[in-house]
Design a protein around this ligand. Structure first.
Ligand code: ADP
Ligand code: MG
Length: 434
């Protein structure tokens, strides 16, 4: 998947409708995790360098088509403004004459942010009239909102059909990192999968089955696999109606010679709460009135050892109830183990809202090869599904590849580190010539 990107057109003095995913966590009106804001800065900086006029658009939370004051984008705009040192004001509404006027007054190199798009029900309904209004603000559409690409909304699909559409640099990177896992991962390739439930991840496990050398499974979903192997799991989170699916997955792994590692020991607790009584037991001997809340120390060591030969690792889903610090050992150990492997040149991709949050909390995000900004979107991408917000962005036409790539490489040469871009250019040129 090679999309036309923001590097493929001259943005100078043009009005750009830039859809970003600034759906960040807020507490008392303050942004508590700005990683999604920071992830969009390369695209914003690229456009500002070119003297474009940027109309930023995002949703925040679930206001369900009504104005909710606590979901206004002002704190987000303030954080962005602080990071890039450019004033970013927010319009009172995504629509209306005030907004049209404010946009008309923008000069090249300036930007503003539309108020939360989901204050209008028309956004999620992908309403044609709403999309037309948004499109009327700009000459070009750029989508950098990978985290919302699995939604066919007015700002992710509707507007993209009304203006020349391009992918932003974050969108480009997400697509390239995640598709390389599905298309050409360096082997051995291991998937570490955890989180609460098997049900949400069955399709991903099936999609990855043909691609990985091994699965390493922990967290709540491991219980359903332990049950499929005939063990009792006490009061642990268990999806009885998924035991058959779990059996099928275990059989498929066996048939393909794919390693499938489950915990050999677990931390069990009387209650899944802070301060609850807890102990380590063999995974096959979870006592009746206890719940498995984390992988045990032997499992931590086994998982780490199993990953030793890996050249590529995908991690999705925490290995325990890490929100309770006492039950976060397995998740923390995996984060550290993967950070160390990434430092040695292993490709480590972390996807999934909670696993990413765990890695961010430990301050290890920068160490990983790629931290996906999409929760649901990354999962759907890894399931092999077509995401509407990506499908609507045009692919680079095959015969133009060589020209466009070398133009892009030339215009960037000398700046920053572009070693891999040039390699890519050469590869694309070779492909075009073949
Ligand atoms: P991600 O967002 O990374 O895809 P999920 O949403 O699938 O991950 O799962 C995250 C949740 O799984 C966390 O809230 C965590 O507390 C929970 N979890 C992990 N291990 C267990 C367990 N053993 N029992 C119950 N819940 C668990
Ligand atoms: Mg989650």
């Amino acid at each position: 998947m090679d999309k036309l990107t923001v590097r493929d057109f001259d943005a100078s003095r043009k009005k750009i409708f830039l859809r970003v995913d600034f759906n960040v966590p807020l507490e008392d009106g303050k942004v508590t995790d700005d990683s999604r804001i920071r992830a969009a800065i390369p695209t914003i900086a690229h456009l500002l360098r070119q003297n474009a006029i940027i109309i930023l658009a995002s949703h925040l939370g679930r206001p369900n088509g009504k104005v909710v004051d606590s979901l206004r984008l002002r704190p987000v705009a303030e954080r962005l403004s602080g990071l890039i040192r450019v004033p970013v004001r927010v319009t009172g509404d995504a629509l209306g004459i005030g907004t049209v006027d404010a946009i008309a007054r923008l000069k090249p190199g300036q930007m503003l942010m539309l108020e939360n798009l989901r204050f209008h029900a028309a956004e999620e309904a992908n309403d044609a009239e709403f999309a037309k209004q948004l499109a009327s603000y700009a000459e070009v559409y750029v989508n950098d909102a990978f985290g919302t690409a699995h939604r066919a909304h007015a700002s992710t699909v509707g507007v993209a059909k009304l203006l020349p559409p391009y992918a932003g640099l974050l969108m480009e990177r997400e697509i390239s990192m995640l598709s390389s896992l599905l298309e050409a991962p360096e082997r051995p390739f291991f998937a570490v999968v955890g989180g609460a439930k098997v049900s949400g991840k069955i399709k991903v496990l099936e999609q990855l089955m043909e691609r990985v050398d091994g699965f390493i499974v922990g967290g709540g979903m491991a219980n359903t696999f332990l049950a499929a192997n005939g063990f009792g799991v006490g009061k642990s989170l268990l999806e009885r109606d998924r035991i058959e699916d779990a059996k099928r997955i275990l059989a498929a792994a066996e048939a393909r010679g794919v390693e499938f590692l489950l915990p050999s020991d677990v931390v069990v607790a009387k209650e899944v709460t802070r301060g609850a009584e807890h102990k380590v037991v063999p995974a096959q001997k979870i006592p009746n009135s206890w719940s498995a809340v984390d992988i045990g120390p032997a499992t931590i060591a086994q998982f780490d050892e199993a990953l030793a030969p890996a050249r590529t690792v995908l991690w999705n889903g925490p290995l325990g109830v890490f929100e309770v610090p006492t039950f976060g050992d397995g998740t923390r150990a995996m984060a550290r183990s993967l950070a160390a492997r990434a430092a040695e040149g292993v490709t480590v991709v972390v996807g999934g809202g909670d696993s990413v949050a765990a890695v961010e909390q430990l301050g290890l995000a920068e160490k990983m090869t790629h931290i996906s900004t999409g929760g649901g979107a990354s999962l759907e991408f890894l399931e092999g599904r077509e995401l509407p917000g990506i499908a609507v962005l045009p692919d680079r036409p095959e015969p133009q590849r060589k020209v466009a790539r070398s133009r892009a490489a030339r215009s960037r040469s000398g700046a920053e580190d572009h070693g891999t871009d040039n390699d890519e250019g050469a590869a694309a040129a070779a492909k075009g010539a073949a």
